[in-house]
Design a protein around this ligand. Structure first.
Ligand code: SF4
Length: 259
């Protein structure tokens, strides 16, 4: 890792900590880009503990991009149920259709051209599957770097990016957490300029109860169970699901696409 003077020992401490405390997660036992893409898309807005069993089941059912691309959209959307932000399932399947046709993009820009793949997800796949030497920076990693290095940009040494990335993910998720960092057990505490500080309270999250997102989820669950008449539901919500490719509306009947 090339950063600022003295950063090498910070890396050493981080990796030593990771060797003892790193989480054993199923997507860390593979370099299959498809498996890593599935995990990253699921993790975009869903917690690790909820993702693990769904990830395992997903790969058993659709082990390759071609298998997912060939699946009925209705089956894919139904299988995503409960993970939230269901449009991710539609975009993941579209990404796999592109990969099946044209192969895996070889560049970050190419990966970002896949449906549902933003800069962070593209970087994560590039590092964890294809061995690129860069650091994917999500909100947790950004927080750790801001606190421990004053926001320096870390450039991983060749061949170490994946391990450093995973170590930063875990430190951000379990030790250098948002509100009350656990500096007493942190491997970077020695010399950390933020040691012992407590973050300001998080802004209150917007209410899920009564939200449009909740209404979309409720309607999609109904449609997953069977066809629903447009006259029985909020047409605007149904229309938004249709625009996202999550339902089809034909002759006033709402169904999952391809069902
Ligand atoms: S010492 Fe505290 S603030 Fe600094 S990196 Fe560790 S947990 Fe975060």
């Amino acid at each position: 890792m090339r950063v600022q003077p003295g950063a090498e020992h910070l890396t050493d401490r981080l990796l030593a900590w990771y060797a003892d405390h790193g989480r054993d997660l199923p997507w860390r036992r593979t370099r299959d880009p498809y498996a890593i893409l599935v995990s990253e898309v699921m993790l975009q807005q869903t917690q690790v503990a909820r993702v693990v069993p769904r990830y395992v089941a997903w790969l058993e059912r659709w082990p390759t991009p071609a298998a997912l691309a060939a699946a009925r959209p209705a089956a894919v959307i139904a299988a995503w149920s409960g993970l939230g932000y269901n449009s991710r399932a539609v975009r993941l399947q579209r990404a796999c259709a592109r990969i099946t046709e044209g192969g895996w993009p070889q560049t970050i820009a190419g990966l970002q051209g896949l449906p549902g793949v933003g800069p962070y997800t593209a970087a994560a796949v590039a590092v964890l599957a294809f061995g690129h030497d860069l650091l994917p920076v999500d909100v947790n990693v950004r927080r750790v770097l801001d606190r421990a290095t004053g926001g320096a940009t870390l450039v991983p040494a060749p061949g170490h990016a994946a391990e450093i990335t995973q170590a930063l993910f875990d430190l951000g998720a379990t030790v250098c957490i948002a509100r009350r960092p656990r500096c007493g057990v942190c491997p970077l505490a020695d010399g950390c300029p933020s040691r012992g500080t407590t973050a300001a309270p998080l802004r209150r999250q917007s209410r899920f109860e009564g939200s449009r997102r909740q209404a979309r989820g409720v309607l999609l669950r109904r449609v997953t169970a069977g066809p629903v008449s447009i006259g029985d539901v909020d047409a605007a919500i149904a229309g938004s699901l249709e625009r996202d490719g999550l339902v089809s509306i034909v002759n006033g009947r709402i169904t999952l696409p391809g069902r």
